[in-house]
Each structure stands twice: as C-alpha cells, then as structure tokens.
Write a protein that binds this ligand. Structure first.
Ligand SMILES: *Cc1c(COP(=O)(O)O)cnc(C)c1O
Length: 345
C-alpha cells in the first residue's frame, strides 16, 4: 500500500447529525454537496437516511444521482442551483427538487415539468443565489399557486454570531415569507447554532456533520494515515526537499511519506505542520511536494509504518488554520488517491 488511508467514521457523522437535530425542535436535513464534503455522498447519505434524515441537499443536479441511488425513493433531494438548462431529464428521472432561483428558472421548470416538485430560493442579502425582493414580489403569487415544497434563503455571516447581518437577513426572510403556507428554511450549521429564531421548519447543516467549525462540540470524523516509504539519515548541514528550504541543524533522520499537494495537502503546510507517530508529534520539514512529504523523525525510537496527519490529535480545522484556509476547503480538497475506509457499527 503506497497511498494514504482515509478513515471516515460514519457513526461520528450520524452522532453529529443527531446532536445538531437535538438543538432544534424542527426537522434536520443534511447537505451532501461536493460528494459529501469530499467524504463520499453515497456513504454519508445512506448512513444519515438510516438515522432518520429525509431531506438531502446537493449543489448541482449532477450530484443527485449518487445520492438518490444511495437512499432510495422516499426522501427528498433538493438542488441549490435550481433548474438549469439541460437539467430537465435528470430532475425528472432522479426525482430531484430544484430550488428555483429566478423567474427564468421558474418559467423553465413550469414549462418543462409541470406538476414536478420544486422549491424557491430567496436572496436576503448575500447576493449569491435566489430571487430578490422585487422579483419575488412580482412572482410570489404565481409560485405559491404551484405549491412549492420549500422556501429557503442562506445566511452570509452565521459563523459570526454577533454579526449584524444575521439579524438583518432574519428580518428580511420573515418579511419575504411570513404568512405563506410553505415550509421554510434559513439555516445551515452556523444559523442552526444561533438559536430557535433561525430554525423555521427545517435546518440544513453541512460542515457540522463532518466535524467542522462552527460546531465546536462535533465528533471528529476523519483520520488520515500516511505510509512511510523510506527513512534516511542526514548529517548536520544537509538539506531537504525542493528549493532546499530546510537544513539539518543536527544529525537527523528523515521519513518520506506518501501524500502531497496532489492529495489536497496544501503546499502552504510546508515546514509548518506536525504529523503524529502513535501520538508523538513529528515535524514536517521542507516543501510539500506533489506526492511526498518529508518528516523529521530524529527523536523517535522507531519509525512506525504510518504517520497520522489528521485525527484526534489534529482535526480538519487545525490543519486548515495552519494552511491558511477553512475546514470546508481542506475537506473538499482531500484527494482521490487515498484509500477510503468507512467505519460504522
Ligand atoms: C453549503 C450550504 C449549506 C451547508 O452549509 P454549512 O455551513 O456547511 O452547514 C446550506 N445551505 C446552502 C445554501 C449551502 O450552500
């Protein structure tokens, strides 16, 4: 085995979903876009379906197939990007529910698939997806006559509880939807944690399921173990890796492990991150290259077969902080070369 082992704890994902669900009195959906934040939307959706989730969300209709085959026919799969040109057959065949984002999408949907379920996405200030106030005022009665399955919007700053944008968008969402007789959803993980005012009828957590901030109480979901390919002895003064960015200040032992930036281990981790040898920290030295990392294991009595980059000692947000990014990006960058192992009891 020369590729890393990515261990994905489905029980932890289910426990995170249950813990988030327990914080609200309303239904809890599950966002499984981007292949379940890189962890496998089929495995994740199936585990959550078994735990009781019945509303799943993907970004694009193309992502719906994998989810639909994993969960069967009696749960909803909503598509954030709505009904795009060319999506009609997928939406019909996979029985997806597009979140219509504009009058154009609404027209396309009603003409192509009359009677097929749909939802409405509203823009409450983020200016990314959804109908704005004026467009919604013009088409709301027409849309409501067709019986949408869901009306939703999305918060831009929910990971900052004190940000005034949260209250602003909440107020806007209420003004756009109060009095309509349709299930409403405003919150992803961050909004769910802001409290009941933000819950409406359905929440849509993503990152919290996968163990990421801002759900600080989340169980850790991912462990990444990287195989040691080779170990070598260096004399004081020798250098390691591309551009010679690290030089041995003492006689050193360097382990070369299999994984690099092609596997999502961002090059900005160069010389900065630690791995763990059975719990003992060891420093990455030199540049991250495409397929390999070099680790200073001088202080270990013996070098194990695998070094752990991500796990109980160091989570996805710790790594994202070191790399100068966010947990979402770190997770969704994890590469295709790892062998994925799913843990579930
Ligand atoms: C990605 C996304 C979510 C999930 O967000 P998290 O922050 O991962 O919980 C919910 N709703 C929309 C519209 C999204 O794009």
């Amino acid at each position: 085995m020369s590729t890393g082992k990515l261990r994905i704890d489905l029980d932890a994902i289910v426990a995170n979903w249950r813990a988030l669900d327990a914080k609200t009195a309303v239904e809890t959906g599950a966002v499984v876009k981007a292949d379940g934040y890189g962890l496998g939307s089929d495995y994740v959706a199936r585990a959550l379906y078994r735990a009781g989730a019945r509303k799943f969300f993907v970004a694009a209709a193309e992502e719906g197939g994998k989810v639909r085959s994993a969960i069967g026919s009696d749960a909803d799969v909503f598509v954030f990007s709505g009904h795009m040109a060319g999506d009609t057959d997928m939406i019909a065949d996979l029985h997806l529910t597009p979140m219509l984002n504009s009058l154009d999408q609404m027209t396309r949907h009603f003409e192509a698939l009359p009677g097929h379920p749909f939802g409405i996405q509203l823009d409450t200030g983020m200016n990314r997806l959804g109908m704005e106030w004026s467009e919604w005022s013009a088409v709301s009665s027409l849309a409501l006559e067709q019986g949408p399955a869901l009306v939703m919007s999305h918060l831009a700053c929910a990971d900052e509880p004190d940000h005034p944008m949260n209250a602003y968008q909440l107020d806007m969402f209420k003004r756009m939807t109060d009095g309509i007789n349709v299930p409403r959803s405003l919150s992803a993980t961050g909004g769910l944690l802001l409290g009941p005012d933000y819950h409406f009828d359905l929440t849509r957590p993503g990152i919290g399921l996968y163990g990421g901030r801002p759900f600080d109480a989340a169980h850790k979901v991912v462990q990444l173990d990287l195989p040691v390919v080779q170990v070598r002895e260096l004399e004081e003064g020798e250098v390691v890796g591309y551009s010679n960015t690290w030089q041995a200040k003492r006689p050193s032992r360097i382990a070369t492990v299999s994984a690099g930036y092609a596997d999502g281990l961002l090059r900005s981790l160069s010389n900065k991150v630690r791995l763990f040898a059975n719990g003992v920290p060891v420093q990455l030295v030199g540049r991250v290259s495409m397929d390999l990392l070099t680790i200073d294991v001088t202080d270990l009595d013996s070098v194990p077969e695998y070094l752990t980059l991500m796990g109980d000692m160091q989570g996805v947000d710790d790594l994202a902080d070191i790399a100068g990014t966010i947990g979402y990006e770190f997770l969704t960058s994890l590469g295709a070369r790892y062998s994925r192992h799913y843990v579930a009891n």
